[in-house]
Design a protein around this ligand. Structure first.
Ligand code: ATP
Ligand code: MG
Length: 364
């Protein structure tokens, strides 16, 4: 897991100005910089790496006795906090137990020295504004800023899944959520031209590179449109989308499909519609947004900077063929019957869609 995390960090930092060296050490991962680098960019890049809980700019000191440590900590505070009107506590941890002072003693003695150096500060052990972390290892780590990371697990530690990526708000969020659990993402997009790959880039920022399968779906849609009742169009179309997605998923050794569906959001996402769509799949279908309201999905979309791109105008292949009154409670019997109206031609069209797929390698 740590190796996967380091490899994702390396990947994320590749685009950032500067030379970075990543080093692992018992429960911590260090990034060392040679010379100039862009701090803000580096932090932004790391905030997209799943598995990172927090990012701490750290001062690393040699152990040259407690007096020297106190001096350095006071110097650090002086530089980092020009205004000394804040409350603080010292939080010492000893990973190396042979240090002459115990953690509690370090907290008390260092706290006292800081108070003496900066009389404007105050100690608050319950809700301090600043926590001065001191980790005694072979060297000593001093840090007081923890920038939250995205959490989750490093991508690549949990297999791969095929994301059905549309032009809406939901599916990039669904991809984000499954990638957060360490799953590598491939994607399939059923398109009606013109097509842009902006949406896939949103997910790739977090999941790493994505192979996006762009499937020309227009002929299949037209044929269903000609043969089947229009109120069932969306459901039947979605069943064919799932079948095709599963084909590409198997071909690429994916262990499941991912969609942005949420119960009741639209006619094709009622419990009955989801059952009808799901029936054609043999693989597990992961629907991480299943219990979310639209507003909750929008909030995540904004948090991951996907929203701006997701609301750009876009001809979804589904919207072109949308019926005025789609069924909200499709019956499987009726769907099965109506699908019989599709001759072998549908298989030929499916094969053609498979044969003409265009795979685009997307990097953020
Ligand atoms: P989204 O906001 O993700 O577009 P939606 O609310 O528009 O979702 P639907 O159009 O019913 O909902 O699609 C439900 C799910 O089916 C999407 O979240 C996506 O996973 C998949 N999907 C829909 N259209 C496409 C498409 N053109 N290509 C690939 N996947 C699609
Ligand atoms: Mg959509």
């Amino acid at each position: 897991f740590e190796d996967a995390l380091v490899s994702q960090m390396n990947h994320a930092l590749k685009k950032v100005d500067g030379t970075f060296r990543i080093r692992k050490e018992q429960g911590r991962i260090y990034i060392e910089m040679d010379g100039e680098y862009d701090y803000d960019e580096a932090v932004e890049a790391l905030k997209c790496v799943f598995g990172i809980v927090g990012i701490c700019p750290v001062v690393i000191l040699e152990d040259e006795g407690f007096d020297k440590l106190a001096e350095e900590v006071i110097h650090h505070i002086d530089e980092a906090y020009p205004d000394k009107h804040f409350t603080f506590k010292v939080n010492a941890r000893r990973a190396r137990k042979n240090y002459p002072l115990e953690s509690m003693e370090i907290n008390a003695q260092l706290g006292e020295r800081i108070l003496n150096a900066f009389p404007e500060t105050r100690v608050d052990v319950h809700k301090p504004e600043v926590v001065i972390n001191v980790e005694i290892r072979n060297q000593i780590n001093v840090y007081s800023t923890v920038i939250p990371g995205p959490g989750g697990m490093p991508v690549g530690t949990n297999g791969k899944a095929m994301l059905l990526l549309s032009g809406g708000i939901d599916s990039p969020v669904a991809g984000y959520m499954i990638a957060k659990r360490g799953v590598k993402i491939d994607a399939v997009y059923f398109h009606a031209p013109p097509y842009t790959s902006e949406r896939a880039k949103i997910v790739a920022k977090y999941s790493g590179p994505i192979n996006l399968h762009v499937v020309n779906f227009t002929d299949i849609q037209l044929y269903i449109y000609e043969q089947c009742p229009h109120e069932e169009l969306t459901i039947i179309m979605r069943r064919y989308m799932m079948k095709l997605a599963e084909h590409f998923a198997k071909e690429n050794k994916c262990l499941g499909l991912i969609t942005g569906e949420s119960i009741g959001q639209v006619a094709s996402q009622t419990m009955q519609s989801l059952a009808a769509t799901n029936e054609v799949c043999t693989m597990p279908v992961y629907r991480p947004l299943i219990g979310f309201d639209k507003q909750e999905i929008v909030e995540i979309s904004e948090k991951i900077d996907a929203y701006e791109t997701s609301i750009l105008p876009f001809e979804d292949c589904c919207t072109i063929f949308v019926a005025k009154h789609p069924v909200t409670k499709p019956s499987l019997n009726v769907i099965h019957n109506d699908e019989k109206k599709l001759s072998e031609k549908i298989d030929e069209l499916m094969q053609k869609a498979i044969d003409t797929v265009e795979v685009i390698h997307i990097e953020a």
